[in-house]
Design a protein. Structure first.
Lengths: 159, 289
């Protein structure tokens, strides 16, 4: 299998992209689709900056061959807001000061989404466990956990 | 670290037969979750001409009870799947405890337990509990299948008993006799890092005496190892402070660690003693519970 025209479903939109087997999902998202929200940092599966949800599961887009993500449901940070209205998780991150330099934020928000989709009433420990694969070099963890708790509350109330 | 991968040919067969016919040592590599393979390809440590994905082979993502024989899981069972499986919770709590010490959610959602073993890192958190429970590895080749104990699977750091045209399809974990309890301990620089030292122990007690003991150590030799001397020493003994201290001192002697960026050899050896002591105490308490 060499060069091919592949179909991807990202944030509910269909994309048709020419890919080769050695292309990584993060590069297809950023360079081929122009979705720059997904961040590249360590490239080794340590930091979680490149996290996207593939069929709902938090995954490292920097260690995923794009060819294996064809046809799957991919969610990136660009798919969180509804038009100009922020998703409750994003809103809570803004309100609670959980964004400092912002580089880890897309990954943090998506790992949070995966958590809250499964567990609408997480404890602080649940939140820490769910975000253990996402590093914040600004060390703003306390406010990030605060934000997730606020987001969980808003979402339980149907916000 | 390189930003892009070098080109390779990619295959997505739908049967194990096709996979093993293609696979060929380092030239043609198998892709399961990709966490390790893709990383090593970026580092140019592995440069396969072809990559064969297992992901389209149906029926490899199971984690299930194996009747009275215990538990089994397939080549595509992810670490998350195993950690969350009820069968594992009931029959194989030690494995679950060890996987919970791998903290990155993404690594566990993508990564498979069998992939972790095939990497053959001495620091694996998955291997020691499987050593302690006497797991067997099912290997499929072009013409034949074989099953070997996990001790024979790990050959050297980064090296397994797999032939060039073989893959691991299943792990079988035998069920434990009643009166058994296990514990896993891991020491690492941060919770996210790989182990400086880890230890998995399993003890079977009857009337306060140790009928059987298995002690597995990670990160202190080129492969995970069993502290056989310590195990033998414990059999038939009363499970008290003295036995536990003697066994943990013996386990430390069995370790042949190296000094590297994470720790010195001396410290690792001393920590084997501490971790095994704590793990034996915990396992004994669980066996009696």
């Amino acid at each position: 299998m060499g060069k091919e025209i592949a179909n991807f479903i990202v944030n509910g939109n269909e994309y048709e992209v020419i890919i080769e087997p050695h292309m990584l999902l993060i590069d297809v998202l950023r360079d081929e689709m122009g979705l720059m929200g997904t961040k590249y940092a360590c490239g080794a599966g340590d930091c979680g900056s490149c996290t996207v949800l593939i069929d709902g599961k938090p995954s490292f887009s920097c260690l995923t061959l794009a060819v294996t993500a064809k046809g799957k449901n991919i969610l990136t940070i660009e798919g969180m807001a509804d038009g100009t209205a922020l998703h409750p998780i994003q809103q809570a991150f803004v309100e609670k000061g959980a964004v400092q330099c912002g580089f880890c934020t897309p990954g943090m928000v998506l790992s949070t989404k995966a958590l809250l989709d499964e567990n609408s009433e997480p404890t602080r420990d649940d939140v820490k466990t769910a975000l253990a694969g996402n590093l914040c070099r600004c060390t703003g963890y306390v406010k990030i956990v605060d934000a997730v708790e606020v987001a969980a509350g808003t979402m339980r109330e149907g916000g | 670290m390189h930003r892009v991968l070098l080109p390779f040919e990619f295959f997505e067969p739908t049967t194990i037969k096709e996979v093993v016919e293609l696979v060929d040592g380092d030239k043609v590599r198998v892709l399961a979750g990709g966490v390790d393979l893709v990383l090593k390809m970026r580092r140019r440590e592995i440069l396969p001409e072809k990559v064969v994905s297992l992901q389209k082979v149906p029926g490899l993502d199971y984690v299930e009870g194996n009747g009275s024989a215990g538990l089994k899981f397939g080549a595509l069972a992810t670490l998350t799947q195993i950690e969350q499986s009820e069968v594992v919770m009931e029959n194989c709590a030690l494995l679950r405890e060890a996987i919970s010490k791998i903290v990155s959610v993404q690594t566990k959602t993508m990564g498979t337990a069998i992939g972790n073993l095939c990497v053959a890192t001495p620091a694996s958190d998955v291997a020691p509990p499987l050593y302690a429970m006497g797991a067997r590895i099912k290997i499929v080749g072009v013409d034949a299948e074989r099953e070997i104990p996990i001790e024979e699977f790990f050959v050297d750091a980064g090296k397994t008993a797999l032939g060039p045209h073989e893959i691991v399809t299943e792990i079988v974990v035998p069920s434990l006799p009643s009166g058994s309890g296990g514990a896993f301990m891991k020491l690492s620089k941060t919770a996210e890092d790989i182990a400086k030292v880890n230890a998995a122990v399993m003890v079977t007690l009857a009337d306060g005496r140790c009928e059987d003991a298995r002690i597995a150590l990670g990160s202190v030799a080129p492969t995970p190892i069993r502290a056989i001397g310590a195990e033998t020493m414990m059999k038939g003994q009363k499970m008290d402070k003295k036995t536990i201290e003697e066994a943990s001192a013996s386990a430390a002697e069995a370790a042949t660690p190296i000094s590297d960026i994470r720790s010195t050899a001396e410290y690792r050896k001393e920590m084997v003693r501490i971790l095994v002591k704590d793990a034996l105490q915990e396992a004994a308490a669980r066996a009696q519970a």
